[in-house]
Design a protein around this ligand. Structure first.
Ligand code: AMP
Length: 212
Protein backbone atom coordinates (compact mmCIF):
# COMPACT_ATOMS: atom_id res chain seq x y z
CA UNK A 1 0.00 0.00 0.00
CA UNK A 2 1.32 3.38 -0.96
CA UNK A 3 -0.06 6.72 0.19
CA UNK A 4 0.92 9.77 -1.87
CA UNK A 5 0.96 13.06 0.00
CA UNK A 6 1.60 16.50 -1.40
CA UNK A 7 -0.01 19.85 -2.07
CA UNK A 8 -2.49 20.19 -4.94
CA UNK A 9 -0.40 20.36 -8.12
CA UNK A 10 2.63 18.60 -6.62
CA UNK A 11 2.18 15.81 -9.18
CA UNK A 12 0.51 13.12 -7.06
CA UNK A 13 -1.93 12.16 -9.80
CA UNK A 14 0.68 12.10 -12.56
CA UNK A 15 3.07 9.97 -10.52
CA UNK A 16 0.35 7.70 -9.13
CA UNK A 17 -0.81 6.88 -12.69
CA UNK A 18 2.73 5.98 -13.82
CA UNK A 19 3.66 4.00 -10.71
CA UNK A 20 0.31 2.19 -10.70
CA UNK A 21 1.03 0.88 -14.22
CA UNK A 22 4.60 -0.10 -13.34
CA UNK A 23 3.59 -1.97 -10.18
CA UNK A 24 0.30 -3.21 -11.61
CA UNK A 25 -1.80 -2.05 -8.66
CA UNK A 26 -4.87 0.23 -8.78
CA UNK A 27 -4.57 4.02 -8.49
CA UNK A 28 -7.25 5.30 -6.14
CA UNK A 29 -7.71 9.06 -6.55
CA UNK A 30 -10.55 10.43 -4.45
CA UNK A 31 -10.49 13.63 -6.56
CA UNK A 32 -10.97 11.57 -9.76
CA UNK A 33 -13.78 9.54 -8.16
CA UNK A 34 -15.55 12.75 -7.08
CA UNK A 35 -15.13 14.41 -10.52
CA UNK A 36 -16.56 11.26 -12.15
CA UNK A 37 -19.50 11.40 -9.71
CA UNK A 38 -20.09 15.04 -10.72
CA UNK A 39 -20.02 14.13 -14.45
CA UNK A 40 -22.55 11.34 -13.79
CA UNK A 41 -24.65 13.63 -11.53
CA UNK A 42 -24.86 11.03 -8.73
CA UNK A 43 -25.96 12.02 -5.19
CA UNK A 44 -22.30 12.10 -4.13
CA UNK A 45 -21.42 14.29 -7.11
CA UNK A 46 -24.25 16.72 -6.39
CA UNK A 47 -23.18 16.97 -2.74
CA UNK A 48 -19.51 17.51 -3.64
CA UNK A 49 -19.69 19.92 -6.60
CA UNK A 50 -19.98 23.32 -4.91
CA UNK A 51 -17.54 22.35 -2.18
CA UNK A 52 -14.93 21.27 -4.74
CA UNK A 53 -15.44 24.35 -6.92
CA UNK A 54 -14.51 26.49 -3.93
CA UNK A 55 -11.46 24.36 -3.11
CA UNK A 56 -12.84 23.17 0.22
CA UNK A 57 -12.93 19.61 1.53
CA UNK A 58 -15.87 17.25 1.07
CA UNK A 59 -17.13 16.16 4.57
CA UNK A 60 -15.22 13.29 6.21
CA UNK A 61 -18.41 11.26 6.62
CA UNK A 62 -19.00 11.09 2.85
CA UNK A 63 -15.30 10.49 2.15
CA UNK A 64 -15.11 7.72 4.77
CA UNK A 65 -18.01 5.81 3.18
CA UNK A 66 -16.48 6.26 -0.26
CA UNK A 67 -13.00 5.04 0.71
CA UNK A 68 -14.27 2.01 2.63
CA UNK A 69 -16.35 0.92 -0.35
CA UNK A 70 -13.46 1.33 -2.79
CA UNK A 71 -10.66 -0.22 -0.69
CA UNK A 72 -12.68 -3.24 0.47
CA UNK A 73 -13.31 -4.18 -3.15
CA UNK A 74 -11.26 -7.22 -4.16
CA UNK A 75 -9.40 -5.34 -6.89
CA UNK A 76 -7.51 -3.58 -4.07
CA UNK A 77 -6.61 -6.80 -2.26
CA UNK A 78 -3.07 -6.97 -3.71
CA UNK A 79 -2.18 -3.38 -2.89
CA UNK A 80 -3.05 0.08 -4.20
CA UNK A 81 -1.89 3.68 -4.42
CA UNK A 82 -3.92 6.22 -2.48
CA UNK A 83 -3.85 9.70 -4.02
CA UNK A 84 -5.71 12.46 -2.19
CA UNK A 85 -6.78 10.48 0.89
CA UNK A 86 -6.48 10.97 3.85
CA UNK A 87 -6.68 14.77 3.83
CA UNK A 88 -7.74 15.30 7.46
CA UNK A 89 -6.71 13.69 10.75
CA UNK A 90 -10.23 12.34 11.06
CA UNK A 91 -9.86 10.63 7.66
CA UNK A 92 -6.55 9.10 8.80
CA UNK A 93 -8.39 7.63 11.81
CA UNK A 94 -11.16 6.31 9.52
CA UNK A 95 -8.54 4.74 7.23
CA UNK A 96 -6.49 3.04 9.96
CA UNK A 97 -8.80 0.05 10.71
CA UNK A 98 -9.50 -0.42 6.98
CA UNK A 99 -5.75 -0.68 6.24
CA UNK A 100 -5.25 -3.06 9.20
CA UNK A 101 -8.10 -5.21 7.89
CA UNK A 102 -6.66 -5.40 4.38
CA UNK A 103 -2.97 -5.87 5.12
CA UNK A 104 -0.53 -6.71 7.91
CA UNK A 105 2.13 -4.35 6.57
CA UNK A 106 2.23 -0.63 7.26
CA UNK A 107 1.64 1.80 4.37
CA UNK A 108 4.57 3.30 2.48
CA UNK A 109 4.31 7.08 2.61
CA UNK A 110 5.57 9.18 -0.31
CA UNK A 111 5.54 12.92 0.35
CA UNK A 112 5.98 15.16 -2.72
CA UNK A 113 7.48 18.42 -1.47
CA UNK A 114 7.20 21.66 -3.47
CA UNK A 115 6.96 25.45 -3.00
CA UNK A 116 3.56 27.14 -3.25
CA UNK A 117 4.85 29.57 -5.91
CA UNK A 118 5.77 26.75 -8.31
CA UNK A 119 2.36 25.17 -7.73
CA UNK A 120 0.49 28.36 -8.61
CA UNK A 121 2.46 28.59 -11.87
CA UNK A 122 1.92 24.91 -12.69
CA UNK A 123 -1.79 24.84 -11.99
CA UNK A 124 -2.45 27.89 -14.18
CA UNK A 125 -1.40 25.67 -17.14
CA UNK A 126 -3.34 22.60 -16.01
CA UNK A 127 -6.42 21.51 -18.02
CA UNK A 128 -8.97 18.72 -17.86
CA UNK A 129 -10.26 16.93 -20.97
CA UNK A 130 -14.03 17.38 -20.78
CA UNK A 131 -14.51 14.19 -22.83
CA UNK A 132 -12.52 11.70 -20.73
CA UNK A 133 -11.39 13.49 -17.56
CA UNK A 134 -7.66 13.20 -18.35
CA UNK A 135 -5.55 15.91 -16.68
CA UNK A 136 -2.76 17.57 -18.71
CA UNK A 137 -0.35 20.48 -18.45
CA UNK A 138 -0.38 22.62 -21.61
CA UNK A 139 3.38 23.25 -21.27
CA UNK A 140 4.13 19.57 -21.76
CA UNK A 141 1.84 18.76 -24.70
CA UNK A 142 3.18 18.46 -28.26
CA UNK A 143 -0.29 19.42 -29.54
CA UNK A 144 -2.18 21.64 -27.07
CA UNK A 145 -5.52 21.04 -28.82
CA UNK A 146 -5.59 17.23 -28.66
CA UNK A 147 -6.13 14.97 -25.65
CA UNK A 148 -3.31 12.38 -25.64
CA UNK A 149 -5.56 9.81 -23.95
CA UNK A 150 -8.87 9.88 -25.87
CA UNK A 151 -7.77 11.82 -28.98
CA UNK A 152 -10.59 14.41 -28.70
CA UNK A 153 -9.81 17.89 -30.02
CA UNK A 154 -10.49 21.22 -28.31
CA UNK A 155 -11.96 19.55 -25.24
CA UNK A 156 -9.60 21.06 -22.67
CA UNK A 157 -11.24 23.09 -19.94
CA UNK A 158 -9.78 24.71 -16.86
CA UNK A 159 -11.00 23.06 -13.68
CA UNK A 160 -12.95 25.60 -11.60
CA UNK A 161 -10.68 24.71 -8.69
CA UNK A 162 -7.60 25.65 -10.75
CA UNK A 163 -8.56 29.35 -10.83
CA UNK A 164 -5.94 31.36 -8.94
CA UNK A 165 -8.15 32.38 -6.00
CA UNK A 166 -9.35 28.81 -5.52
CA UNK A 167 -5.79 27.46 -5.77
CA UNK A 168 -4.78 29.80 -2.94
CA UNK A 169 -7.63 28.44 -0.81
CA UNK A 170 -6.68 24.84 -1.64
CA UNK A 171 -3.09 25.55 -0.58
CA UNK A 172 -4.36 27.08 2.63
CA UNK A 173 -6.54 24.04 3.33
CA UNK A 174 -3.54 21.81 2.55
CA UNK A 175 -1.20 23.60 4.96
CA UNK A 176 -3.68 23.90 7.82
CA UNK A 177 -5.64 20.64 7.56
CA UNK A 178 -3.75 18.07 5.47
CA UNK A 179 -0.12 18.66 6.43
CA UNK A 180 -0.78 17.70 10.09
CA UNK A 181 -1.82 14.25 8.83
CA UNK A 182 1.86 13.63 8.07
CA UNK A 183 2.63 13.89 11.80
CA UNK A 184 0.08 11.15 12.44
CA UNK A 185 2.00 8.81 10.09
CA UNK A 186 5.43 10.05 11.20
CA UNK A 187 4.74 8.42 14.58
CA UNK A 188 4.21 5.05 12.86
CA UNK A 189 6.43 4.89 9.77
CA UNK A 190 9.16 6.70 7.86
CA UNK A 191 8.00 9.58 5.65
CA UNK A 192 9.77 9.44 2.27
CA UNK A 193 10.16 13.07 1.16
CA UNK A 194 10.75 13.61 -2.56
CA UNK A 195 11.55 16.92 -4.28
CA UNK A 196 8.53 17.45 -6.58
CA UNK A 197 10.21 20.24 -8.56
CA UNK A 198 12.30 17.59 -10.39
CA UNK A 199 11.25 16.19 -13.78
CA UNK A 200 8.43 13.63 -13.98
CA UNK A 201 10.97 10.90 -14.86
CA UNK A 202 13.30 11.77 -11.99
CA UNK A 203 10.47 11.74 -9.48
CA UNK A 204 9.20 8.37 -10.75
CA UNK A 205 12.72 6.92 -10.41
CA UNK A 206 12.96 8.16 -6.83
CA UNK A 207 9.55 6.71 -5.95
CA UNK A 208 10.43 3.33 -7.47
CA UNK A 209 13.69 3.40 -5.52
CA UNK A 210 11.75 3.83 -2.27
CA UNK A 211 9.32 1.07 -3.21
CA UNK A 212 12.08 -1.42 -3.99
P1 AMP B 1 -7.68 16.47 -6.03
O1 AMP B 1 -7.98 16.08 -7.43
O2 AMP B 1 -7.09 15.34 -5.20
O3 AMP B 1 -6.87 17.73 -5.91
O4 AMP B 1 -9.10 16.79 -5.34
C1 AMP B 1 -9.94 17.79 -5.84
C2 AMP B 1 -10.97 18.16 -4.79
O5 AMP B 1 -11.75 17.03 -4.43
C3 AMP B 1 -10.40 18.68 -3.48
O6 AMP B 1 -10.05 20.05 -3.52
C4 AMP B 1 -11.58 18.41 -2.54
O7 AMP B 1 -12.61 19.37 -2.73
C5 AMP B 1 -12.11 17.08 -3.05
N1 AMP B 1 -11.44 15.94 -2.37
C6 AMP B 1 -10.61 15.02 -2.93
N2 AMP B 1 -10.19 14.15 -2.01
C7 AMP B 1 -10.74 14.54 -0.84
C8 AMP B 1 -10.66 14.06 0.49
N3 AMP B 1 -9.91 13.01 0.82
N4 AMP B 1 -11.38 14.71 1.44
C9 AMP B 1 -12.15 15.77 1.15
N5 AMP B 1 -12.26 16.29 -0.08
C10 AMP B 1 -11.56 15.68 -1.07
Amino acid sequence: MLIFFGAPGAGKGTQAKIVSKKLNIPHISTGDILREAIRKKTDLGMAAKDIMDKGNLVPDELMGELIARVLLDKRCSKGFILDGFPRTLNQAHILQPILEHISKSKPLIINLVIDDEIIIKRLSQRRECSACGNIVNLNYLADATKCPVCGSRNTFIKRKDDEEEVIKNRLDVFHTTTEPVLDFYRKQVKINNIDASLSVEEITAKILDVVS
